[in-house]
Design a protein around this ligand. Structure first.
Ligand SMILES: Cc1cc2nc3c(=O)[nH]c(=O)nc-3n(C[C@H](O)[C@H](O)[C@H](O)COP(=O)(O)O)c2cc1C
Length: 398
């Protein structure tokens, strides 16, 4: 099977969950011990944190990444704005922008995306998120409950696809209505962004089954990934969709030798523990309330500080980042050779899109580009939609 690599852009600083860490660049770290390597707006030297993100994006495409994932959180830079700012600083990189249906009307999302796609040669990917935590939703003004948000998302994507593929789209739903309307003129040339989504609740899985091109996961033990993939595939088939694919987000700490990689992971771990970083539960605050992953349940149940080695849930798969509160929580830790082997293993389970990143993101984009990505040169395939739904929707849209 094919394989593709994206990276992540850190929209809320390099290591926000290790407060006071001087490697946290720009004004996402405001302590007096900042390295000052990336300036902040306040000092008036005309550079901002967005310039640093631009450097990472350039490094990513120069090193052969196909795209970059950006997380949407109330405590971070807004991703669609960021990718609009960076698109013309990069030539080939795709950007995965996350947003909630709550943030836009379907038409606004369609029109924005069409403009973006035409300007960038279709380099936009959507990650449709629905908020894991009611508390965080309410902070930003959304009082609908968890499952209702997913019901709204299903309609949202029905309407988006309707507007995209029809000039005269009609819809009467619980959340949205449309009487005519749709992309016209040159905007019809734009491609509908590829649709990603995540979430392990039943509602999230059903939304993915109906609408996602890619179902995204945080890394877990391979057995759990296998089970999750089988479940999503089965659900998608019930909606007549055999084309759903899978993406995995995982950090990487890799070095020439196993010992060097372990030493770097341990340094991170010891610093986190010394700073009193909150345990596994922290990784769930806000964004990920629905389900703790199995290893997190296990760690959260224990009060005492656990030793570094306890966090290997599988060879080279280390959950220590989750323990010290750095999302997505798992990292591949090991020599270049072993990390390549683990990626192949996940690839064989059915993952064909990997989101790989390390700290600091800029330097590690080079390391991954020089030592990991070249091993997959002949197997890479740029992302494309395998379309089975559009004709039916076109007919429905008139
Ligand atoms: C790869 C990946 C990326 C995600 N990106 C975001 C994001 O940008 N913003 C967000 O609020 N949640 C994000 N999430 C969280 C999920 O969208 C979802 O809200 C969470 O898993 C809980 O969903 P559930 O309650 O339906 O299980 C991401 C999850 C994964 C696996």
């Amino acid at each position: 099977m094919s394989i593709e690599f994206f990276t992540r852009l850190p929209l809320h600083g390099e290591t926000q969950f290790l407060p006071g860490d001087p490697r946290n660049r720009g004004d996402w770290h405001s302590g007096s011990d900042s390295t000052g390597a990336v300036s902040n707006f306040a000092v008036g030297d005309h550079f901002t944190y967005i310039d640093y993100l631009g450097q990472i994006a350039r490094a990513a495409e120069i090193n052969g990444f196909g795209g970059a994932l950006m997380v949407n959180a109330p405590s971070g830079e807004e991703p669609w704005t960021v990718c609009s700012l960076l698109a013309r600083e990069t030539r080939t990189l795709s950007y995965v922008t996350a947003f909630q249906p709550y943030h836009y009307t379907p038409w606004v999302a369609v029109q924005q995306a069409a403009t973006y796609q035409r300007a960038t040669g279709n380099r936009l990917v959507w990650n449709i998120i629905n908020g894991g935590s009611d508390a965080v939703q309410r902070q930003v003004g959304d009082f609908s409950d968890h499952d209702e948000r997913y019901a709204r998302a299903i309609e949202f994507m029905d309407v988006v696809k309707g507007y995209w593929h029809s000039e005269n789209f009609h819809y009467q739903g619980r959340f949205y209505q449309a009487e005519g309307g749709g992309l016209r003129g040159p905007q019809k040339k734009a491609e509908l962004p590829l649709i990603c989504t995540a979430g392990s609740s039943i509602a999230a899985r059903e939304f993915a089954a109906r609408h996602a091109d890619f179902y995204l996961m945080r890394a877990e033990h391979p057995d759990e990934i296998r089970t999750l993939i089988a479940d999503i595939r089965e659900r998608a088939l019930k909606h007549g969709r055999s084309n759903i694919r899978f993406g995995l987000s995982i950090d990487v700490i890799t070095r020439e030798t196993e010992a060097q990689a372990l030493a770097e992971a341990k340094r991170f771990f010891d610093e986190g523990v010394a700073k009193g970083a909150v345990k596994a539960v922290a990784a769930h605050a806000g964004l990920r309330s629905a389900r703790k992953l199995s290893y997190e349940n296990e760690y959260a149940a224990k009060d005492e500080t656990r030793p570094f080695d306890d966090f290997f849930i599988y060879p080279n798969v280390w959950a220590g980042f989750g323990y010290i509160g750095i999302p997505p929580g798992l990292a591949l830790v090991g020599s270049y050779e072993n990390v390549v082997a683990r990626i192949r293993e996940y690839n064989q389970l059915g993952i064909d899109l990997f989101f790989l990143a390390g700290y600091p993101h800029l330097e590690e984009a080079y390391r991954l580009g020089e030592h990991i990505l070249p091993h997959f040169r002949g197997e890479r395939a740029p992302l494309r939609r395998i379309d089975t739904q559009a004709p039916a929707l076109r007919a429905a849209g008139g």
